[in-house]
Design a protein around this ligand. Structure first.
Ligand code: PLP
Length: 436
């Protein structure tokens, strides 16, 4: 087995100067155990760690790396932009071009660029509250919208990976303004909106949940949410930070809203649109967006918002992400989903592979998962064994059973073969794992 000495040394040093040795909790490998790999280099579908081991990467920086690592055209554009200055604190051309690209691909009329998905959802909620003059937020258990105080209640992603209960640090009066409901529960939604609809500012949902594993919304569910909000004068916020420019060229909205003929009031974006740099956005109808300063009274700002390098990286990525790229990603995703299912079936491991567009994940149990309770019921302890067997075979998976697996356009036949060859051994390791 490859050595991890250098990663271990760096991790020890990191733990002295940073809480848990990381700058985002899931990176610490707490859910799977072992030494987090400190990566030194990324190229296409591959990551190389500081000990010199190379892995096929299925994390893709948690979604942004749609084209793979260090895509030559993205790197060249970034180098060029950096040579002209890294931040001006003034408007600049790349941010206009990026905003135009987002407006062209999605149902938003205007966008405001920010630096993280967290900022995007936080700002969208503020705008919704200002537009409606109401305070309450409705969200779904298991959906993660960044570490925004009122949105952390029963959140997915790292919050569920680490089993963090509730929202320590969030005042009760803040949490009290958030109503958390089970995903897909139309009855509970109808009841809550009937009871307190005139106090609800917005309903926010992941356009397709990806932070409790991937759950495709049942046909018509997002349309139902949109109609419910409209009926009660609340705003419908579709969080496409993960799905945007990932599941299709037009995000999850390309799979449902565009087909069914409805639109969210506000959308949030991040990840792919930054091309690996800190860039995110929220957008929507012009009348709503122009409530923001400097046109309207709702304050929202950022020193590095619309940063020229991040905007250039995002713009270059989106321009290169053509329909052919998404078709290739879809084919690779379908191949890999089939291979995972085949290996797990052969090893006798109960599982369900779920997907929306190009994005997928594996649930470790017998039944399809449609909500957070289902996601939590899975045999997550099988995942640690599977994860480490894949890692030892040179495949880097997300270090948590609750995360999506991300492919890139750089995952060619060779990269897929490396993953597929590793699967039978990892499936047997999952089969042999015991519930601790
Ligand atoms: N919304 C969704 C759906 C996400 O998946 C994430 C991050 O994973 C966020 C918001 C927060 O984005 P960021 O980590 O850039 O703050």
């Amino acid at each position: 087995m490859a050595t991890t000495d250098e990663s271990a040394r760096l991790f020890d040093r990191a733990k002295v100067v940073s809480p848990g040795g990381v700058n985002s909790p899931v990176r610490a490998f707490r859910a799977v155990g072992g030494v987090p790999r400190f990566m030194a280099q990324g190229a296409g579908a591959y990551l190389t760690d500081v000990d010199g081991s190379t892995y096929v990467d299925l994390v893709g920086s948690w979604g942004p790396m749609l084209l793979g690592h260090a895509h030559p055209e993205v790197v060249a554009a970034v180098r060029d932009a950096a040579g002209r200055g890294t931040s001006f604190g003034t408007p600049s051309e790349p941010e206009v071009l990026l905003a135009e690209e987002i407006v062209a691909r999605t149902p938003v009329e205007q966008v405001r660029l920010v630096s993280s998905g967290t900022e995007a959802t936080m700002s969208a909620v503020r705008l919704a509250r200002a537009a409606t003059g109401r305070d309450l937020i409705v969200k779904f258990a298991g959906c993660y919208h960044g570490h925004v105080d009122p949105l952390l209640a029963e959140a997915g992603s790292g919050v569920v990976t680490l089993g963090i209960p509730g929202t320590p640090g969030v005042p009760d009066h803040v949490a009290a303004d958030t109503v958390v409901l089970p995903y897909h529960d139309r009855e509970a939604l109808t009841r809550v909106f009937d009871e307190m609809g005139d106090r609800i500012a917005c309903l926010i949902t992941e356009a397709a949940p990806g932070n409790m594993g991937v759950i495709a919304p049942e046909p018509g569910f997002n349309a139902f949410l949109s109609a419910l909000c409209r009926r009660h004068g609340a705003l419908f916020i579709s969080d496409e930070v993960m799905t945007g420019f990932r599941v299709t060229r037009h995000g999850q909205w390309g799979l449902d809203g565009a087909v069914e003929g409805w639109m969210p009031d506000l959308l949030t974006f991040g990840k792919v649109m930054g091309g690996g740099f800190p860039a995110a956005a929220f957008g929507g109808r012009r009348d709503l967006m122009e409530m923001l300063a400097p046109v309207g009274p709702v304050y929202q700002a950022g020193t590095l918002s619309g940063n020229p390098i991040a905007s250039t990286a995002g713009l270059t990525t989106l321009r290169l992400a053509t329909e052919e790229v998404y078709a290739g990603l879809q084919a690779a995703s379908t191949t890999l989903q089939g291979a995972v299912a085949e290996a797990l079936t052969a090893a006798g491991v109960e599982h369900v592979v779920q997907s929306t567009g190009t994005m997928f994940s594996v649930f470790w149990g017998p039944d399809p998962v449609r909500d957070f309770a289902g996601a939590q019921a899975q045999q997550t302890w099988r995942y640690a064994a599977f994860f480490h067997a894949m890692l030892d075979a040179g495949v880097y998976l997300p270090p948590s059973a609750f995360e999506a697996w991300f492919l890139s356009a750089a995952h060619d036949g060779e990269a897929l073969s490396r993953i597929i060859e590793a699967l039978p051994g990892a499936a047997r390791a999952a089969a042999a794992a015991t519930d601790p």
